[in-house]
Write a protein of this length. Structure first.
Lengths: 393, 545
């Protein structure tokens, strides 16, 4: 051993006069050619690529829903002081009001108080939040989009507020729902909660599903057999009825609902990942890693998981869209998010209950349709991207 | 047919180019050759030289439109094939020109019986059905030497051996009595003894039916035995064409000369009877249980390794030879404790039989393995550097990054690769280079004992010789002990000091390699030797199909 090192060390230095430390960094963080090819394949599917960006923009925008549609201004200047009502809740007394309750910035009384002290407010483009009731509705709720109103319809409100006509009213661009809440605001918040819920459900159930599938596929034998039977039994529990029972006992919030759906959604990826691991565990490079004494955990993570991830990634957008669908369906039936939450399903059910107010049904339908279509298009592009046989051009 | 053509197949200036994104790759570059009626032309070259692509373009079987032909003509019986529309070329395929592929496992549909698969061709091109088709099918199967063809009709591909499957493929190819048979490495996936049988079958059928043959191979031994004319291909070009005799006796092109000289030279490590024993097994058994019924009762065993005792001494190479299914690979895996086995295994003086995976870990860096398939044995998602240093993480976790890097660099240099390439991914390397990486992964841990599981079988002749040289040099420099598993006796002869011949999980014969090659004791060994060195078929009954 010793004489070998003595012989070879000078050789090392002699053949690379430049030194060894220079090269690594640049290569180590470069995108691997495989991923580059996938990205190109993804881009080659124009529809999916456009859908991806469109969805990303919509999602990021909806993340800032509080700054787009809110019944509180971003910024208030009052009496030489600065306030940020979107982020912090202030009592009315902070602006010279009478009560310790949270300030209602839409209240003309409060607006007057602020204006008197020479203060001003910066409002989001839409001055309604998802739960703001428009108290100045010209017609009984659900009320038409403001631009569709006739002068006769808004006469009462216009006169009461001392305005000159319908155009001066505060706009409900897509009308209001049956409780006088602005549809645009509810759509933005509803989109956000749907996507967030879908993402959370998808990610958590994928993690559980991949882990379960990996263990089954890798160890095989009895582990696999017992686990498979368990999943079969588990799958045969009617999840919808269970959900109905639970929601009749308690009002499910976001996380309870997530938890219940999670109980059943994690199985969707198990079979796929299990098959990939079963196939992969006999690959020669896995054998080679075993011969090196690499532990099972690391073999699963480093050598087998990347293979299984291709199949998983291909399925993700479709799982996401089905998660969104599930939530919407439950909301539609009234077993989803608690009453008052901005939800697309609830808007659809309102649309069904109020045929005379078509803007509700149309808006809800369009939003769900666009969102799901975008996700499906993205899913198709992702599938193309991971297809090893796909050649573009 | 009319005699308005001179050659059966005339390929002139043929180029094939593949388009991927913005990139154009020229796979075949202005190739010309012709085949006369009843003649055998061999296309020889290493993998990637464009020989298969040339053959496939004759039948337009390439992935069009990403493949296209910038130049050239292919005339078959005086008729241009290149511009032919799809439905007309279909009449040529399987009728006038047929093809047999390398992999008999995947060329047959696993869900159809033999009768159905051959019958389909008869129905398509000759309109034969029912009793007539059945009669013709039996006739064809008899022709290709399948025993008891009547009972074989209802068999599925998985019920046949590799050699029989290839015979069925040939029967399908012959069904319409083609004028030209394209054989794309038809024997590469087969054992030496079976290979010899298939080759003599092809030769015999060719003389009987008077068809021409385009034979694609990387094995010069086959060419010499089978072909009339040989075209040597390199990097998409034909570098030399000529009658077989002339090319083999007086090669003109330097590449042809290199190919002919590529035979690995026998220079095995010496036997040293006093050297310490590295690995020893006594009556080693690997039995896979066969279970049946609802209660999964064990009704029998597949005896992959059935009572094998071997001993390998320090510094020597023990060759393990046998056909596929003889249990030689399983023996290697069992010694490395990668499959469970029964019977004592002693490694460097300590018993390792029955140790758990965790307890085995300290031994792992003394024993390593190099696998057959350089494409499958490297994880495609790890860089070369990550692949090689993986073992270091396990066995020398205390090394600093620089130390690890130094050892990876040294291992790469030892196997003749540029250390600068260590951040590339395996797919950027050729088969031979990948096999060098696999060797580097094994030797970076400085093992004592390395199992080489057919490390050269998936490689071209030229590369085979290089890898053999590399292994030999490493053995000398590091005093390594090898267990060399192979079915290719020519490579084994180059490396092994002692030999163990295995068949059906049992040792048939063992002894010093030189002795065994000179005076084989058993019929089976004799059959193996005859097939490997002279491509002769053994007397029937000795080697299985």
């Amino acid at each position: 051993m010793d004489d070998r090192t003595v012989i070879e060390v000078p050789e090392t230095t002699a053949q690379t006069p430049m030194g060894l430390a220079v090269l690594p960094e640049r290569h180590r963080f470069a995108v691997s050619p495989l991923n580059r090819r996938r990205w190109l394949n993804f881009k080659a599917n124009r529809r999916g690529y456009v859908a991806f960006w469109a969805f990303l923009v919509l999602f990021v925008v909806s993340l800032f829903a509080n700054f787009i549609a809110n019944d509180k201004p971003f910024f208030v200047r009052y009496d030489g002081q600065s306030f940020f009502p979107v982020l912090v809740t202030y009592p009315e007394t902070a602006f010279g009001g009478d009560f310790e309750t949270a300030a209602d910035f839409r209240d003309p009384y409060l607006q007057k108080l602020i204006a008197e002290k020479g203060g001003f407010m910066l409002w989001p483009p839409i001055r309604y939040s998802y739960n703001t009731h428009n108290l100045d509705l010209p017609t009984p709720a659900p009320s038409k989009p403001t631009w569709m109103l006739t002068e006769a319809e808004c006469k009462a409100v216009v006169e009461r507020k001392g305005l000159s006509g319908c155009r001066d009213l505060e706009y409900n661009w897509l009308g209001t729902d049956d409780q006088g809440r602005d549809v645009v605001a509810r759509l933005i918040y509803g989109f956000r909660i749907s996507v967030l819920f879908g993402l959370a459900l998808t990610i958590i159930s994928s993690i559980i599903g991949v882990a379960a599938g990996a263990v089954q596929g890798y160890f095989g034998g009895w582990t696999d057999l017992l686990f498979q039977r368990f999943i079969e039994i588990w799958n045969s529990i009617p999840s919808l009825y269970l959900l109905l029972i639970i929601s009749s006992v308690m009002v499910p919030g976001f996380f309870v609902l997530l938890g219940i759906l999670l109980l059943f959604s994690w199985v969707s990826l198990v079979g796929l990942v299990r098959a990939e691991f079963l196939r992969g565990r006999n690959f020669e490079y896995v054998q080679a890693a075993r011969a090196l004494g690499v532990s099972n955990r690391i073999i699963m993570f480093r050598h087998l998981l990347p293979n299984a991830m291709v199949a998983t990634m291909t399925f993700l957008p479709f799982i996401l869209s089905s998660s969104v669908m599930t939530l919407t369906a439950l909301d539609f039936l009234g077993f989803g998010l608690p009453p008052g939450s901005p939800s697309l399903g609830e808007m659809l059910s309102q649309g069904k209950a109020n045929i005379q107010a078509p803007w509700l049904g149309i808006c809800g339908f369009m939003t769900v349709a666009v969102m799901l279509s975008l996700l499906i298009f993205i899913g198709e592009a992702v599938r193309d991207a991971f297809d090893p046989r796909k050649t573009f051009g | 047919m009319d005699a308005s053509y001179q050659e059966l197949l005339e390929v002139k200036d043929l180029s094939v180019s593949f388009r991927q994104g913005q990139r154009e790759t020229v796979a075949v570059d202005r190739v010309s050759f012709e085949i006369k009626k009843g003649e055998t032309v061999a296309l020889v070259g290493e993998s990637g030289s464009g020989k298969s692509v040339t053959a496939l373009s004759v039948l337009k079987l390439l992935p069009y439109p990403s493949a296209h032909h910038p130049s050239g003509t292919i005339r078959f019986k005086g008729r241009e094939l290149l511009g032919l529309p799809e439905d007309e070329i279909r009449h040529v395929r399987g009728n006038d020109i047929t093809i047999i592929f390398q992999e008999p496992m995947t060329s047959l549909n696993p869900l159809h019986t033999i009768e159905k698969q051959i019958g389909e061709i008869l129905l398509l091109h000759q309109g034969l059905a029912g009793e007539a088709a059945r009669k013709r099918t039996i006739e064809l199967l008899t022709q290709v030497g399948i025993p008891e063809p009547q009972t074989r009709l209802a068999s599925y591909p998985h019920q046949l051996s590799g050699g029989q499957r290839q015979r069925v493929m040939i029967a399908m190819a012959l069904a319409n009595e083609p004028d030209l048979l394209i054989a794309d490495e038809p024997t590469t996936a087969l054992d030496v003894t079976v290979q010899a049988q298939i080759l003599s079958l092809l030769k015999e059928l060719q003389t009987r039916l008077g068809m021409a043959m385009l034979f694609i191979t990387h094995d010069l031994g086959i060419v010499r035995r089978l072909a009339d004319t040989v075209c040597v291909m390199k990097e998409g070009k034909i570098v030399e064409t000529g009658p077989v005799e002339r090319v083999f006796t007086a090669p003109e092109h330097p590449y042809t000369r290199a190919l002919l000289a590529a035979e690995p030279k026998p220079d095995p490590a010496p036997i040293n009877a006093n050297a310490p024993v590295v690995v020893e097994t006594k009556d080693l058994k690997v039995w896979f249980p066969v279970k049946r019924g609802v209660l999964r009762r064990v009704i029998g065993h597949i005896k992959a390794v059935d009572g094998v005792s071997v001993a390998v001494r320090q510094g020597e190479t023990l060759g393990i030879v046998g056909e596929s299914g003889s249990g030689k690979t399983t023996l290697g895996l069992a010694i490395l404790r990668l499959v469970s086995s029964e019977g004592p295994i002693v490694f460097l003086g300590s018993s390792i039989a029955g140790l758990t995976f965790k307890k085995m870990r300290p031994f792992r860096h003394h024993m390593q393995i190099v696998f057959q398939d350089p494409y499958g044995s490297l994880s495609p998602r790890m860089s070369v550097s990550d692949i090689i240093e993986e073992g270091l993480w396990v066995h020398h976790p205390s090394l600093t990054r620089d130390q690890r890097e130094e050892r990876v660099t040294r291992a790469l240099r030892d196997v003749g690769l540029d250390p600068e390439t260590r951040f590339r991914y395996p797919h950027e390397f050729s088969g031979g280079q990948r096999q060098r990486i696999a060797v580097a992964r094994a030797i970076v841990l400085e093992p004592t004992f390395v199992v080489l599981d057919e490390p050269t079988s998936a490689l071209d002749m030229l590369i085979q010789a290089q890898i053999v040289e590399l292994l030999r040099a490493l053995q000398k420099r590091r005093n390594l002990t090898y267990m060399f598993i192979s079915h290719d006796l020519r490579v084994v002869a180059a490396l092994a000091s002692r030999l163990v011949v295995m068949r059906h999980g049992k040792v048939v014969e063992e002894g010093a390699a030189a002795e065994l090659f000179a005076r084989p004791q058993s019929d089976y060994t004799r059959a193996l030797l005859a097939a490997a060195f002279n491509m002769e078929t053994a007397p029937s009954g000795v080697a299985a199909q």
